[in-house]
Design a protein around this ligand. Structure first.
Ligand SMILES: *Cc1c(COP(=O)(O)O)cnc(C)c1O
Length: 412
């Protein structure tokens, strides 16, 4: 259940030393996560470990399909499939008709961005932390429609400068399109403050929340975004090949879906069609229902823990890891921002990121490497070509964080 701000504050005050979860909670989370017995997983920003409940939801439906036929299985599971929309709506604080379920975050984001009817001279404002796929889309749309793409600089903390944003908005800004949490670091951009600027300017606000949903308590009404995209496999712990798009009801008809099929629209006469009245006009007819039900189970699982508790746990554990790494000579923490989340990135003097990753892998510890092309504006700006990314989840432990830090220390 979503709690009131006052209840949240009380809960925060009473929160256990684990930062939102007790040691018993963490033990329970690990017991429900088969991967915890095999690996030390700090690649949650790549794809988190699925809990048993998610794996079961997927495999149960695959067996239902195998034994009944795919269409018949979908009919048998119809209520469960519809309930995934309710779970998504509860998770991000919107209504079920504002949700489209799609294959991944990029498709969700694309359907929103390419659905904006751009005119020559429109301005697109974005941030330094922008994700590579999004920026490629900006370049394409700039070419195609004569749109101007402008990057709002960072402030002294490394988050988007709200002063610079406020100073530059005008009536030609068609969309403010930014990344909440970048793929390459612990930065959390001030999403709600950006929302206030967008609302005053009358600009659309598209938020790439791919790395924040599932680790932070993301509420679209609090943030004030019109559009939000996220993925299943990262902090939500859902199967790969799942994602969702939120479209605020009031702006639905201001967008033109870049593609339509007979699920998104109805062929009503030889020369006519009607679009669906809800956000599902951004979906396609065919879907991987097993994966979709897995996404539903993953969202229910996260809601069961409570996103506020998950956020406190993940943030606290990442701070422990960051501090342990920061003490090691030659290690440089590369996270920016005033507020930091579960992603920690670092470099080790004299050791390529791949070598650090390989040494950790040899100890059964999973991390990933983030390179220039994923976030070119930011990486070029800081003269970085690669960073090691260690992303914690609530089921990771202080002992695991310590082991990661000790393995990095032993490199030198
Ligand atoms: C991973 C990521 C994406 C892309 O998500 P997919 O599900 O792979 O399409 C988009 N934005 C950010 C910030 C990401 O980290």
């Amino acid at each position: 259940m979503r709690t009131t701000p006052d209840a949240e504050r009380t809960a925060a005050h009473a929160s256990p030393p684990g930062g939102g979860l007790t040691p018993e909670d963490v033990a329970l989370a690990r017991a429900d996560t088969p991967g915890c017995a095999k690996v030390t997983h700090f690649n949650n920003a790549g794809a988190a470990l699925m809990p048993r409940q998610v794996v079961e939801a997927v495999t149960d439906h695959l067996y239902l399909e195998a034994e009944n036929g795919g269409y018949e299985a979908a009919a048998l599971a119809a209520d469960g499939i519809e309930a995934v929309y309710d779970s998504a709506a509860r998770l991000i604080g919107c209504d079920r008709d504002e949700i489209a379920l799609v294959d991944n975050a990029t498709r969700a984001w694309d359907m929103a961005f390419y659905g904006i009817p751009f005119r020559p001279g429109d301005r697109v404002l974005t941030s330094m932390a922008e994700y590579g796929s999004n920026f490629i889309a900006y370049l394409q749309v700039a070419e195609r429609h004569g749109v101007r793409v402008e990057v709002v600089p960072n402030d002294e903390h490394g988050q988007i400068s709200l002063d610079a944003l406020r100073a530059t908005v005008d009536e030609r800004v068609r969309v403010i399109s930014v990344t909440h949490v970048p793929t390459n670091g612990g930065l959390v951009n001030p999403a709600a403050e950006i929302g206030a600027v967008a609302r005053r300017a009358g600009a659309l606000y598209l938020l790439d929340a791919c790395q924040s949903v599932g680790q932070l308590d993301v509420d679209v009404r609090e943030i004030g975004c019109d559009l939000l995209s996220t993925t299943g496999r990262k902090y939500l712990r859902a199967p790969r090949g799942t994602g969702l798009l939120y479209v605020r009801r009031e702006i639905l008809d201001r967008l033109v879906p870049p593609v339509l099929d007979l699920h998104a629209a109805t062929w009503t006469a030889r020369d006519r069609y009607e679009m669906r009245p809800d956000a599902r006009r951004f979906e396609t007819w065919e879907a991987n229902y097993a994966a979709l039900l897995g996404l539903g189970a993953a969202m229910d699982h996260a809601l069961g823990w409570g996103l506020g508790r998950i956020e406190r746990r993940v943030t606290a554990l990442a701070a422990v890891l960051r501090a342990a790494l920061d003490e090691i000579p030659g290690v440089r923490i590369r996270d920016l921002g005033l507020r930091r989340c579960g992603i920690t990135t670092f470099t080790v003097d004299g050791f390529p990121a791949e070598a650090v990753k390989a040494s950790l892998a040899a100890q059964g510890i999973n991390v990933s490497v983030s390179r220039t092309a994923s976030t070119r504006l930011d990486m070029d700006d800081r003269g970085l070509e690669e960073v090691v990314r260690a992303s914690v989840h609530y089921y990771n432990t202080e002992e695991e964080a310590d082991r990661l830090a000790r393995t990095v220390r032993a490199l030198r």
